[in-house]
Ligand binder design. Sequence first.
Ligand code: SF4
Length: 457
Amino acid sequence: MSEGFPQAARAALADTQLRRNLAGATATIRARRAAAVAECDDWQELRDAAEAIKTRTMARLPELLEMLETRVTEAGGTVHWARDAAEANAAVAAVAAAHGADEVIKVKSIATDEIGLNEALAARGVRAFETDLAELINQLGDDWSSHILVPAIHRNRSEIRRLFARTIAKGRPLTDAPEELAEAARVYLRERFLSVPMAVSGANFAIAETGAVCVVESEGNGRMCTTLPRVLVTVMGIEKLLPRWRDLEVFLQILPRSATGEPMSPYTSLWTGVHPGDGPEEFHLVILDNGRTDVLADELGRQALHCIRCSACLNVCPVYTRVGGHAYGSVYPGPIGAILTPQLKGLHAAPTLPFASTLCGACLEVCPVKIDIPSVLVHLRGRVVRETRGRVTREGVMMAAVAKAFGSRRRYERAQRLARLGHGPLADQVMGRWTAMRDLPEPPAQTFRSWWRERQG
Ligand code: SF4
């Protein structure tokens, strides 16, 4: 899907309603984030600490993951290792089958969207109900997420009212008021929370030292899913690990500020294995690779695994805020999607995404874990050219010629004379798309060298 970013972006740009929805919502979130960050005196120190913890974690990942497995097992949980989406889906489906569950409730989880869990469960006769309001809107509308944090950001209230009136609130009077829309969803979901025997969650963090798993959210649906059903299955990517309990202190400060512009999330749920008489009777942790170890092997690209999915980079990106998430053709949209998706799926599957950015650096400025997205984009662009094009490109020929010209004084001076002669329509022909959007600077009438020679007589 993501092969067609330029085409998809062009179509999105023509949708004025979408652009209006995106502009309004991202401007609001940007302002809230800026205010929340401004009141935090040690923001830069927190970012440094978060970056250091993530870097150290990646360096010791195998050992820490095994520690997590040991702690979860000691606490009464069961760990499943999944190399890819098929193995992860099979593990979740096997738990559902073992409990005769034909329905599961879900907390918003991008990892399960990445592996297509809902579709895989449906193929085995198990229906998954999304319980996050925005995810529910997407599910009811047969739509998919366009933002990491606000998956239905492309929809406005009137569209949601019309959707609810057709589906979960048929025959009920409904206005565009947020509280009425939320109440309609609440009535629909409450019944599921109380009757469905199994829940599936993602994880924001998992602690190797203790085996604890952490989910942060704003609606309380996550708390319901992780406490009410008899069985809980968590699907987490290997990169969600933190070594120590005290590391959470850093991330629980930077995540809500960067995500929703709040000093702390309304609901922070933590659980370790199972506790008789308190919460689910059975806990399963599916630890997912699905391309992550390949990302880890790339020295520069691996920082994409530091991402805590706060979505701050999306809200400041001049590309994302105009085209929205669907154009990226991936569950990871925006600047982080532009570097994560091609690495997870392989460059051949998403060769246009590393080019879906202006390289303005706004994403790096706001990223709470200091992922240098612009540098990774440039690195991946180089890899796309080297690894996927596999043929002589106009750009490659031009660069080789430039390298040759710069290699000797005589050739360089001759190139300067030619540039003056060939400037204009001829240069446009040679430069191709380089000059489609920008003007080639006009060469000076006299070069410095010839001026110097004249001056010296
Ligand atoms: S790359 Fe940084 S800013 Fe973007 S979602 Fe990830 S952590 Fe947030």
